[in-house]
Design a protein around this ligand. Structure first.
Ligand code: DGL
Length: 257
């Protein structure tokens, strides 16, 4: 593994780009490889075993073929289900995981009424249960957003708005903090604000990116180049047209402020 090797990012689709963008801001000179597993999207309703097996295959590919020097699991669901087994299987490289930013709410606005949005898989996980009870503020609603990540992945705008309205309109102007516990959700902040009113958002992207920087510094693995790194995107879809569309959307989001 060389210092110029890429940092691998994985997600069930393009959602993980919300994490990648933060990392690129913090570590612009790194090279990145992003794996969007849209062939198996969504992860939210899959069994633990399915997610563990799939993440293991992707990580193996990123290490052996793409020579990644670190892997970021830019997916809350995969992090909750697979990080332990990935770390046990791939001991030689750092594997960095994300979790819903409920601790940040605890640090910044613990009294505020809080809504946690995440996939069914994340919410039913042991990892989430521990996080939730460590920082429980007696003023929190948890919502398992079945199907929402899928709508975002497919960019189905009007269905996203109907979904938000039918699930969250009853909380309008009552929520202060929203934990975006799925890496797809920061892509629809504006739509969530339209439904809920002026809320404050919390997601794990910043924390993960800081952790990545800390680990690369500690292990002397930072890329010494001074120009901006390369960002390569790969989508697993079997259909060429879908692959192309995902790629286009990925670079569009990446280059948007
Ligand atoms: N982006 C993912 C997450 O953070 C998962 C979305 C899905 O595939 O269900 O949980």
């Amino acid at each position: 593994m060389k210092n110029s090797s890429p940092v691998g990012f994985l997600d069930s689709g393009i959602g993980g780009i919300t994490v990648l963008k933060k990392s690129v801001k913090l570590l612009p000179n790194e090279n990145y490889f992003f794996f969007s597993d849209s062939l198996n999207n969504p992860y939210g309703d899959k069994t633990d075993k399915e997610i563990i097996n799939r993440c293991s295959e992707i990580t193996r590919y990123m290490i052996s073929d793409k020579k990644c020097k670190a892997v970021v699991i830019a997916c809350n669901t995969a992090s909750a289900k697979a990080v332990r087994s990935l770390r046990a299987e791939f001991k030689n490289i750092p594997i960095i995981a994300i979790e819903p930013a409920y601790k940040v709410v605890h640090d910044k606005n613990p009294q505020g009424k809080t809504l946690i949005m995440a996939t069914k898989g994340t919410i039913s996980s042991e990892k989430f249960r521990r996080l939730y009870y460590s920082y429980y503020n007696h003023n929190t609603v948890i919502h398992s957003c079945v199907g929402l990540a899928d709508l975002i992945e497919q960019d189905r705008k009007s269905e996203i708005i109907s979904y938000l309205n039918s699930n969250f309109a009853r909380y309008k102007n009552q929520i202060e903090n929203v934990v975006l516990g799925c890496t797809h959700y920061p892509l629809i902040k504006e739509e969530i604000r339209q439904t809920l009113g002026n809320v404050q958002f919390f997601d794990g992207a910043e924390g993960v990116s800081k952790r990545l920087k800390y680990i690369l510094e500690k292990d002397n693995m930072l890329n010494p180049q001074t120009n901006n790194g390369e960002i390569e995107f790969f989508d697993s879809s079997a259909d060429e047209k879908t692959k192309e569309l995902k790629k286009e959307r990925f670079y569009q989001i990446l280059n948007k402020d």
